[in-house]
Design a binder for this molecule. Structure first.
Ligand code: ADP
Ligand code: TRP
Length: 322
């Protein structure tokens, strides 16, 4: 039997190039060799997005994004978290075996707490819902960006704890984080993230991509001075989008025969060339939203068939089945 892949993305805004390279593209590439479950973490998104109109459209947008990048719904089970109530049910059971001091160690919680004193319980409990997302499916591979490593470790600890208390039930999960795409830098050189305002939108218009690309922060080295490509925020993205000419660009940086402006223009052109066919596919898929909703619904049914078997075993283990 082929190995099983599982991962999710929150419908909390438009996906950016970092989401694509660090997570979404892996799902497409690995789907050919894995039995894949990819879901939209809509209950996770509720922690920060309490606007039903926006949430609904983000969910459908994200399905379109996945289909447009080449995720094949006949090979991949594509679903949304809220269609499989076993996720929240198992989350509750995990809440009962997890301590507050343990959850307080989460980086995401500490960051959120530092910014917002009125933090909701959902944000505090984020890792337990994510542990349930993962452990219901016993995945072999969980492709995520480096920022999610700790969350997967929490899921592993939770599986170990449950197994210790109730007997062997869950497979211990491990994150799959390819080093070359673990942390894609944004336009300011920090990790590209919706929360830092440094993103290049994956499905942006030409103008949006150009604005983001030309806004990449560079140092003050003059146009004709030699430059170190290894410390340049533009070059960091050439590594993904200008692979055909990377050796040449590297040489021109070192020789001082390319300025940052020209380098950015080349990058923007390559980004646009890359995304154009994806945008076209997305637009044509968007003409038939009924099909898109059907894909999601059928994915939910398939996912639930797997999740309910595990949940039945959990109910028996903890003693609520009489
Ligand atoms: P954001 O940080 O922009 O809010 P999400 O938390 O929605 O992104 O991340 C969705 C997926 O994309 C996760 O697997 C995450 O690890 C991955 N990801 C996000 N940003 C990056 C990045 N800059 N580099 C690599 N992977 C990333
Ligand atoms: N926390 C992940 C993120 O912010 C999304 C997510 C939720 C996820 N549940 C998951 C990823 C389970 C992998 C597996 O991107």
């Amino acid at each position: 039997m082929s190995k099983r892949l599982l991962s999710g993305v929150k419908p909390s805004g438009r996906p950016h190039v970092g989401n694509y390279l660090g997570a979404m593209r892996q799902f497409v590439d690995l789907a050919t060799t894995h039995e894949s479950y990819v879901f939209i973490a809509d209950y996770h998104a509720l922690n920060t997005l309490q606007d039903p109109v926006a949430l609904r459209s983000n969910i459908l947008d994200l399905v379109l994004d996945y289909l447009a990048i080449g995720l094949d719904p006949t090979k991949v089970t594509l679903f949304k978290q809220s269609d499989v109530p076993e996720h929240t049910e198992l989350c509750w059971i995990f809440n009962t075996i997890t301590t507050m001091p343990y959850l307080m160690r989460a980086h995401a919680f500490k960051d959120a707490e530092a910014k917002n004193k009125d933090l909701n319980v959902g944000t505090f409990d984020y890792p337990m819902l994510m542990a349930a997302d993962i452990l219901l499916y016993s995945p072999d591979l969980i492709p995520v960006g480096a920022d999610q490593k700790q969350h997967v470790e929490f899921a592993r600890d939770t599986a170990e704890k449950f197994n210790r208390i109730y007997g062997d039930t869950f497979k211990l999960p491990e994150a799959y984080i390819p080093t070359d795409v673990a942390t894609i830098p944004g336009t300011d050189g920090q990790k590209m993230s919706k929360s830092y305002g440094n993103t290049i939108p994956l499905f942006g218009t030409d103008e949006e991509i150009r604005k983001a690309g030309m806004g990449i922060i560079t140092d003050s080295t003059g146009t004709t001075d030699p430059k170190d490509p290894d410390v340049c925020n533009v070059f960091a993205l050439h590594k993904y989008f200008s692979t055909d000419t990377l050796i040449d660009l590297d040489a021109r940086y070192r020789a001082g025969t390319i300025g940052y402006k020209e380098s950015k223009e080349i990058l923007v052109d390559n980004l646009i060339r890359f995304v154009t066919p994806l945008r076209e596919r997305r637009a044509s898929l968007a003409e038939n939203m009924t099909t898109v909703k059907d894909i999601l619904r059928e994915g939910g049914i398939k996912a639930r068939a797997v999740a309910s078997v595990k949940m039945k075993a959990v109910r028996e283990r903890v003693g609520v089945t009489v």
